[in-house]
Write a protein that binds this ligand. Structure first.
Ligand SMILES: [Zn+2]
Length: 276
């Protein structure tokens, strides 16, 4: 499932690639499967989209946000959540629709923006204000500063692993990078957030920033075969039974908050919790 680094890779490839989506104009819209439009979308009017130009491409958490301008200067936002298996491609128009295509935007210059999603969990929104989808979310996990992170952490008394997955706490972290960040910080995934000592909070904030940055540079992880270009090497996620690369202990897998959770029982042994 794509998380922040994989979504950031999509943003960069569409924005900075050659050709770039920036400046491209939507000539026509092919809504192949209407169910791809979220029920919470303000509107999804093909006529409203036609003629719009892509002015910006950004991301908050796992949401892709395409800033659009129509010929009358009206600003709109096309928001996309890839969920499990969604993918976005810029392709020649003759390749605009394939077997799993749910939406295709035909562009002026012989190209098309194609949204494929075999499992159909991905959604799109056409909205006036991006906060309609990002409003309930915490700060982006790659951008959140230490003070804000530490201050938000004190508001919760929850196991740290499920808290990291809660998009209203910080946005963008999923199961892979939660496990990797806690391993890098040497924190047991069941630790209660409010019990983390100040030095552990600092280590966790630094670990999240480092792990996500490394994964963005590597264009994500190649775990489930969805993002095959990714080359981020995981340390614990999916490695149950294999040796910890630091201490040699077998990596454990347990369930925490209904999610499979991987950790090293030696390197993440809770010595970092406060006793007060
Ligand atoms: Zn270890």
């Amino acid at each position: 499932m794509p998380e922040l680094p994989e979504v950031e890779s999509v943003v960069r490839s569409l924005r900075d690639g050659c050709p770039s989506l920036i400046g491209a104009r939507v000539r026509s819209v092919n809504l192949v499967w209407p169910g791809v439009v979220s029920s919470t979308s303000d509107c999804f009017d093909e006529e409203l989209l036609e003629g719009c130009r892509f002015a910006s491409i950004g991301r908050v958490g796992k949401f892709l946000l395409f800033g659009l301008k129509n010929s009358r200067g009206r600003s709109l936002c096309l928001a996309v959540h890839l969920r499990m298996t969604g993918r976005l491609f810029l392709v020649p128009e003759r390749e605009a629709v394939e077997r799993h295509t749910r939406l295709a935007l035909m562009l002026d210059d012989g190209l098309a923006l194609r949204f494929d999603d075999p499992r159909k969990f991905g959604r799109v929104w056409l909205i006036d204000d991006p906060s309609a989808v990002t409003g309930g979310m915490g700060p982006d996990a790659l951008a959140v500063g230490f003070e804000e992170f530490a201050s938000r952490l004190t508001r919760y008394r929850r196991q740290i692993k499920p808290l990291l997955l809660d998009q209203s706490f910080v946005a963008g972290i999923g199961n892979i990078y939660a496990d990797e960040s806690l391993y890098r910080a040497g924190i047991h995934p069941c630790t209660i957030s409010a019990d983390l000592a100040p030095d552990a909070v600092r280590r966790l904030h630094a670990a999240i920033a480092t792990v996500l940055s490394e994964a963005v540079e590597a264009q994500g992880a190649n775990i489930d075969g969805v993002f095959k270009a990714g080359s981020f090497v995981v340390s614990v996620y999916g490695r149950e039974g294999a040796s910890c690369r630091i201490c040699g202990t077998a990596i454990s897998k347990i369930r925490v908050g209904q999610r499979g959770t991987h950790f090293c029982g030696h390197c993440q042994n809770n010595c970092s919790t406060s006793t007060t």
